[in-house]
Design a protein around this ligand. Structure first.
Ligand code: GDP
Ligand code: ZN
Length: 350
């Protein structure tokens, strides 16, 4: 449990719980899919449903179970969420439904490539987001082998925020990885945020020391932008840290207006909407438009509260826009119209 980041603070929080729940086993959440939670406990990985209280309160930010959460399991269910150190929330705080994308992060690596000019606007947004979530932000500049001259990037980062710690690495030569291993080791929990193609998967692979995730080449081969490697969300690093890698977190910092226009807009949509795409992979029909088709997993997720109807609307609107642009995605051609979010009118009467 210590390898996963268990500490005295959690021990005390659990002690308060065990007074009420006699047979309580703590664990850390590695994955959440539609009501079934994967929890790593001392005796291994278990997949459990939410208990009745958490099921009822799953739309409350404090009570919805997220990857990285420490939870209490009892009687074959997840019965409580232990207090968080940090939380990354997607959604409108004004609305009832926001979704915690990841919990209990210590460090977030903001990954940028030395091979392109620094996107200062994006970095500023990422820094704000990470600090708001309660974690420490560190910039990681990749592709040091291609661009050994880092001063322009370092100066640009200092302009955004002079306090920012910067590490430069090469995923090809491994240069700079000693520093990255120190940063992500020692029982700490880290995550990566960054645009598509900057080298996030390559960093994860190097830190893990194995080909854990599909890298760019593999992903590009998949026309529908689907991931074949969505199973692992919480990775235990050989250096004794934990790395959380979820599609929702990777793209959390990307506002819609940044990618909905300009070159490559269509190509990038797949990653921006990875959370929707991931659910859509479960639709019965591979060309499902999520517009009332039978067996539509997107509609089911909206009904079940795991996907926000607004996010689906934005996805449908953006994909229809991308389709009429030069870069068509997959076989979904000729739509060109925004569809209403599935079941949007029926929310709340279930
Ligand atoms: P992600 O989309 O952020 O996960 O990026 P990937 O890790 O999939 O990398 C995208 C592409 O950039 C792949 O072709 C990688 O081989 C390449 N790449 C990543 N990091 C480096 C690096 O440090 N140096 C070089 N030369 N190529 C890199
Ligand atoms: Zn569908």
């Amino acid at each position: 449990m210590c390898a996963l980041g268990w500490d005295d603070r959690l021990e005390r929080a659990l002690a308060l719980r065990t007074a009420v729940v006699p047979v309580a086993v703590p664990g850390r959440v590695s994955r959440v899919d539609r009501g079934l939670v994967s929890v790593i406990t001392e005796s291994g990985l278990v997949r459990l449903p939410l208990g009745p209280v958490l099921r009822r309160r799953r739309n409350e930010v404090d009570q919805c179970v997220a990857v990285g959460d420490w939870v209490v399991t009892s009687g074959g269910a997840v019965v409580a969420v232990l207090p968080r150190r940090s939380a990354f929330v997607r959604g409108d705080p004004e609305r009832a439904v926001s979704k915690v994308v990841a919990a209990n992060l210590d460090t977030v690596l903001l990954v940028h490539s030395l091979a392109s000019p620094l996107n200062e606007r994006r970095l500023a947004r990422e820094l704000a987001l990470v600090r708001e979530g309660g974690a420490e932000a560190v910039v990681v500049l990749t592709k040091l082998d291609l661009c050994p001259e880092v001063s322009a990037h370092v100066a640009a980062i200092a302009r955004v925020d002079p306090r920012t710690e910067v590490h430069s690495v090469s995923n090809v030569t491994g240069e700079g990885f000693d520093g990255l291993r120190d940063l992500t080791g020692g029982g700490r929990t880290s995550a990566l945020i960054g645009a598509s193609g900057v080298g996030k998967s390559s960093i994860v692979n190097r830190l893990l020391g194995e080909e854990a995730l599909a890298t760019g080449e593999v992903r590009e081969g998949d026309q529908r932008g689907r991931h074949t490697t969505t199973a692992r969300r919480l990775l235990v690093l050989p250096g004794g840290g934990v790395l959380i890698d979820t599609p929702g977190l990777r793209t959390l910092a990307l506002p819609v207006e940044v990618h909905a226009q300009g070159e490559g807009a269509g190509a990038r949509l797949g990653e921006v909407y990875e959370d929707v795409e991931e659910v859509a992979a479960g639709c019965r029909f591979s060309d499902c438009r999520h517009d009332g088709e039978p067996g539509c997993a997107v509609a089911a997720a909206v009904r079940g509260g795991t996907l926000h109807a607004d996010r689906v609307s934005a996805f449908l609107l953006d994909t229809s826009r991308a389709e009429i642009g030069p870069q068509r995605r997959g076989e979904r051609t000729g739509a060109g119209r925004p569809s209403p979010p599935p079941e949007a009118g029926r929310r709340g009467d279930r």
